[in-house]
Design a binder for this molecule. Structure first.
Ligand SMILES: NC(=O)c1ccc[n+]([C@@H]2O[C@H](COP(=O)([O-])OP(=O)(O)OC[C@H]3O[C@@H](n4cnc5c(N)ncnc54)[C@H](O)[C@@H]3O)[C@@H](O)[C@H]2O)c1
Length: 257
C-alpha cells in the first residue's frame, strides 16, 4: 500500500514504539489516529507531531465497547482505515513463585494476557472489519495489520512468564489471522523487537542500559524506536510480506536473566 494519504490506527500510539510509528507515518504523509488509554501522554505526543491529520481517541484496548466506539469515530472522521499498528502493551516482571514460595496472583497473569494479546486482537479484528468493507487500493489490497510481539515470545526471561505468553500468542495469531483475512485482501504481520530505547528503558540507570546493550551482538546498542517505525513503513509498503513475524533485535538471543 502507499502510505501517502493512507489512514493508520496506532494503538499505544502515545508513547515509545507507537509514537515513533506515528511520527514516521505522519512525516511520510499518512493520516494518523492515536488510540491509547493515556490521555496525558497523548496530549504531549500531539505536541511533537504535525498537528494536521492526527487525532487522538481514548480507549482501553481490552474494552469491546470503547474500541468499537473509537474505531467507528475513526472511520467517520477519516473515511476508512488502511493500516492498523498495534503497540499498546505492558511488561511487568512477575515470577511464578515469589521468594517465599507463594504463587503469583492469577489476576496479574490475566491482566498481561488481556492487554497485550486480547487487546491486540480486539483492535485488529475491528480494524479488519472496516478494511474489509473498503474498495481495493491501487496495490489490490484493502488493508494491512501489524502487531507488536517481542523476542520474549521465543526466549522469555525469568519473570516474563506472563509477558512471554502474551507475545507468543501474538506470534501464534499472525499466520491464522493472515489466512482468515486473505480473502478480504488484508495482510497481517508482526514485528518482534529486541531491546528498544523507549521511555521505559531509558528510565533505567545507564549501567543497566549498558549491560542490556552489551548483550546485543551487532550493532551493540539498544534498538531505536525509529528503526521499528521504518520497519512498520516497509511492511505496509511491501505487498508480498504476509503472515510473517520479523525479529528486529541486532541478532540478540536472550539469556535466562
Ligand atoms: N521497548 C522495548 O524494548 C520492547 C521490546 C519488545 C516489544 N515491545 C512491545 O512494544 C510495545 C510498545 O512498547 P513501548 O516500549 O513503546 O512501551 P510504552 O510504555 O512506551 O508504550 C505503550 C503504550 O501502550 C499504552 N497502553 C497500555 N495499556 C493500554 C491499554 N489497556 N489500552 C490502550 N493503550 C494502552 C500506554 O498508555 C502507552 O502509551 C509493547 O507491546 C511492548 O511489549 C517493546
Amino acid at each position: 500500500m502507499k502510505l501517502v494519504n493512507s489512514t493508520a490506527v496506532i494503538s499505544g500510539g502515545a508513547s515509545g514504539l507507537g509514537l515513533a510509528a506515528a511520527t514516521y507515518l505522519s512525516h511520510v504523509g499518512a493520516k494518523v489516529a492515536l488510540l491509547d488509554v493515556n490521555a496525558e501522554h497523548a496530549k504531549q505526543a500531539l505536541t511533537l507531531l504535525p498537528s494536521q491529520q492526527i487525532r487522538f481517541y481514548q480507549a482501553d484496548v481490552t474494552s469491546d465497547e470503547q474500541v468499537c466506539q473509537a474505531i467507528n469515530s475513526i472511520k467517520n472522521d477519516f473515511g476508512g482505515i488502511d493500516l492498523c499498528v498495534n503497540c499498546a502493551g505492558i511488561a511487568p516482571a512477575v515470577r511464578v513463585l515469589n521468594k517465599s514460595g507463594a504463587a503469583c496472583a492469577l489476576a496479574d497473569y490475566q491482566k498481561v494476557i488481556n492487554i497485550n494479546l486480547v487487546g491486540t486482537f480486539n483492535v485488529a479484528r475491528l480494524c479488519a472489519q472496516v478494511m474489509a468493507s473498503q474498495p481495493l487500493n491501487d496495490n489490490g489490497e484493502r488493508g494491512v495489520i501489524i502487531n507488536t510481539a517481542s523476542i520474549a515470545a521465543y526466549e522469555g526471561q525469568i519473570g516474563q512468564a506472563a509477558y512471554a505468553s502474551s507475545k507468543a500468542g501474538i506470534v501464534g495469531l499472525t499466520l491464522p489471522m493472515a489466512r482468515d483475512l486473505a480473502s478480504s485482501a488484508i495482510r497481517v504481520n508482526a514485528i518482534a523487537p529486541g531491546i528498544m530505547a523507549t521511555p521505559l528503558l531509558l528510565a533505567m540507570p545507564e549501567k543497566v542500559q549498558g549491560a542490556l546493550a552489551g548483550n546485543v551482538p551487532f550493532p551493540q546498542r539498544l534498538g531505536e524506536p525509529s528503526e521499528f517505525a521504518k520497519l512498520v513503513g516497509h511492511i505496509a509498503e511491501n505487498s508480498y510480506i504476509n503472515g510473517e513475524v520479523i525479529r528486529l533485535d541486532g541478532a540478540l538471543r536472550m539469556q535466562p536473566k
